[in-house]
Ligand binder design. Structure first.
Ligand code: HEM
Length: 262
């Protein structure tokens, strides 16, 4: 059972995804700097709010997007290295998401008069997205690291968690895209009053460009990550099989049987 070589098209799609991942992050930074007065903390809640979109995009889109691409890009080489990089990127997203969440709640609570919390469709979607991310982190740690403490005994259970973890990774990413797009729409409607959003002032192009980049990312990431051709599943653990000259390989899609000398 040989592993295929990723096609030129695969690398083209990854290249496009990279442009979009960097593009949406840079656009958000430029937008906040030039149109929203930059960043601040509790002494200026309007500026504190600006941390929310930028850090949510950093955590949920930029870092999580890269964490998922890592397995597809480096799955061919050093499995442990890919796993470590995947975990580090995921962990780097945690402080971004925590600070982004604190910033948005502060921007409601510390305003005079305070704005009610969790009333909007966007905020409800946000809660589900954050909840799924937390669950992913827990399952990821549980399956990849904690259960390694008892590698042989828990290998089939861990193998059964891998497809769940990878499917929910993509689902969380898609939900994050949808949440970001609803947040951008909401912010555009709040901010662009004079001149109105419908007249397409310069700032409107930033909102629309970020939303379009996110939409394109949803399409490309969905295609690349869901397609078993790009590249085929990578072995993440080796488990001895019933006979001495063979072994089972645990892949993202369960166990496959392989000759030892492959
Ligand atoms: C996956 C990314 C995101 C998540 C998980 C998320 C989550 C949340 C949550 C939970 C709230 C409610 C806070 C409260 O009720 O006090 C909120 C509010 C808000 N978010 Fe986001 N957000 C995300 C991305 C964005 C982006 C990219 C923008 C773009 C500007 C944005 C704009 C807003 C705005 C304007 C509010 C205040 C109004 C409201 O409560 O709906 N969000 N967000």
């Amino acid at each position: 059972m040989g592993r295929g070589v990723p096609s030129v098209f695969f690398y083209f799609l990854v290249f496009l995804a990279e442009i979009l991942l960097f593009g949406v992050l840079i656009l958000s930074l430029v937008w906040v700097q030039f149109y929203q007065d930059g960043f601040g903390w509790r002494e200026n809640v309007k500026k504190e709010f600006n941390l929310h979109p930028v850090l949510m995009i950093t955590g949920f889109i930029f870092l999580m997007g890269h964490a998922m691409l890592v397995y597809r890009l480096f799955g061919c080489c050093n499995k442990l290295g890919a796993k470590l990089l995947h975990t580090i990127l995921y962990l780097m997203a945690v402080p971004c998401i925590v600070v982004a969440t604190i910033a948005v709640f502060d921007s409601h609570d510390l305003r005079n008069p305070p704005i009610p919390n969790l009333y909007s469709l966007h905020s409800w979607m946000g809660v589900v997205t954050i909840g799924l991310f937390a669950l992913q982190l827990f399952v990821g740690f549980f399956s990849f690291w904690l259960l390694l403490l008892c590698e042989q005994g828990t290998s089939s259970f861990r193998a059964s968690l891998v497809p769940i973890h990878s499917s929910f990774g993509l689902i969380t990413f898609m939900l994050a895209v949808a949440t970001c797009v609803t947040g951008l729409t909401e912010k555009a409607l709040f901010s662009l009053k004079n001149p109105h959003y419908s007249t397409l002032p310069d700032e409107a192009y930033y909102y629309n460009a970020m939303a379009m980049a996110l939409t394109a990312l949803a399409i490309i990431m969905g295609y690349v990550l869901h397609n078993p051709k790009y590249p085929p599943p990578s072995p993440v653990a080796f488990v001895e099989g019933p006979s001495s000259n063979s072994h089972y390989v645990m892949t993202q899609h369960g166990y496959v049987y392989r000759e030892k000398n492959i």
